[in-house]
Structures are given as C-alpha cells and as structure tokens.
Design a protein around this ligand. Sequence first.
Ligand SMILES: [Fe+2]
Length: 340
Amino acid sequence: MLKLNRYSDALICVVDDEPSTLSFLQALLAEAGFVSVATARNSSDAVKLIQTGCPDLLLVDWHLGSEDSAEVIRQLRVTYPDEIIPVIVLTADLSPEAKHQALAAGASDFLNKPFDLSEVLLRLQNHLEIRRMHRMRARELELARLEILERLARAAEYRDDATGEHIVRVGRLSEQLGRILGLDEESLFRLRHAAPLHDVGKIGIPDAILRKPGALSAMEWEIMRQHTVIGARILEDCPYPVVQMAHQIALTHHERWDGRGYPQGLQAEQIPLWGRIVAVADAYDAMTSNRPYRDALRPEQALEIIRAERERQFDPLVVDAFLDPAMFTQLGEETDSFAT
Ligand SMILES: [Fe+2]
C-alpha cells in the first residue's frame, strides 16, 4: 500500500453519515501513515470540527442523509478564505447535477464509492502536495515582505546610525511593551516588524541637517520634523496590516500625550497606541545610546526621565508598562547590552 508519511502531520477531516465508511477510511488513513484524522457524522458536527482547527484536507460525503454537504464546504471556504484546502467529495452516484453542485460549492475533486484504495491514496497525495507547495510559497512571500521592510528600515538607519542596531532594539522594546500591555500575538508580531520603520522618513532629510554635529536652527528643526510626514508618505496606501501599522507609527511616534508633539499635535488617545508605544521605546533607546554630541545616559537616568514625562510626553499606561519589572527581565539576554 502507498505510504504517505511525508504528509503524516496533515489534519484530515472525514465527514460521512455511515459509520462503516468512517471506520473504513480511518483505518485506511492510519495505515497510510496519517496520525491526525478527525471525523464527523453530520453537517453541524462537521462545521464545529472545521471551526476548531484548519484541516489540510476535507473528505465529505455528498449525501449526508437529509443534510446539506454543500454547506459544510461553504463554511470551510468562509472560515479559511486565504487557505487552499482540498475538498474531495465522496459519492456513489455521480450525476452531472451533483457534480455541478459540489463544484459550485467549492469541491476540488471526487471519489466514487465503492472506493478504489489506490485511487483514494493517490488523489490524497496529489492534493496534499499542491497544498504543501502553496503553503511554502505563501510563507516565502511573507518572509520576503518582512525582509524587505527590515532592509528598508536599515537603509534609512544607515544614514545616521552606522550600526543599524537602534531600529532592531526599538522593535524588540516595542514588542515587549505591547506584551506587558496585553496585546495579542498577531499585534505583537506586527509591532516588532513595524516599529523599526519609525524613522524611515529620514531618508528624505538632507545630510547637512541629519548629520549636523551642532545644534539645529529653528528652520532646520522644522525640516527635521518632516521625517514623520515623509515616512508616512513612503508607507501609505498599503493593503498589508504590518505596513499599515508602520505607516501610523512613522506618522505619530513624535506626537505627545499632552498634545504638544508633531506633526499633527494629536492628544492622548487620538494618537494610535502603536505610536504611543514606539514613542517610549524610541526615546529610551536614543537616551541610552551614544551620540556624536553626547554620551549615553545610564538606564536608570533614562527611566527617571521617562517617569517624569508620564502624562506629559508619554501615555501614562505605556510608561507604567515600561517601568514594570517584567519589561527588561523578560527581554532576555539579547538586550542585556543596553538594559544594564
Ligand atoms: Fe523619529
């Protein structure tokens, strides 16, 4: 018998109202090497099953007694709109009408009862391979997108910090702040990748101002402040949530809780949470880093300044989170160099 161990971790859902068919398929799949096979005998149980976890392949009987198998397939497609999940319809009478209905509902393929064992396994293999390839490509694309974002941030950072380390640290600090504030994993992931782009707009600031060793004139400061607007322009109108977050951060990371920040003079919760988080992380990292015109502050000095700016420059809840003992202890060894 064909072994499909390569796909053994795939979750296969089998929906059939006949117990004999279910046990036959369960035995066949176990024999072929699958370890995760979930079964349901009616459409409502099948829908519940689908909602508890994304299957890698669905085998569904077309005649679920009086119930509607098409609804099971539709629910699968609605629940996981971005996934390519093969759906194989099991049927004894393959009338053209049944075929059309199943395909219209989102079926990918058919298997006739009584089953030809080799055909069942070969079709499973083909569909699982397509799913595996699709997932691999999707992951590669996602990684490429994140990589490009990071390199864009690095390109801007190289203009005033040759090491490019500041942006990485601001990403980690922002993520940890978000964790203490109770954000969900998805937001934390985005924050870590979006926060490093906060100063991407510096790419548009002339070197004479960006790299000026002395103090900036009022006019020069005005130009320097434009990095927020330039960054927002670089990142605007993007459909990807991580870039949308980066856009908000670039625009608002110099706004102040008391409304005296720039560029828009937003106040308190008018400032997106991401902007309020990165404002603290960015300020702390800037204060504790050496600059051509001053030495780094000690961490406790920087923390004191951040505490003093509670409800002035910074969101009081973000400051409280930053002063939480878990802020640095949980950050791990990678940040010890600048946290201690
Ligand atoms: Fe900035």
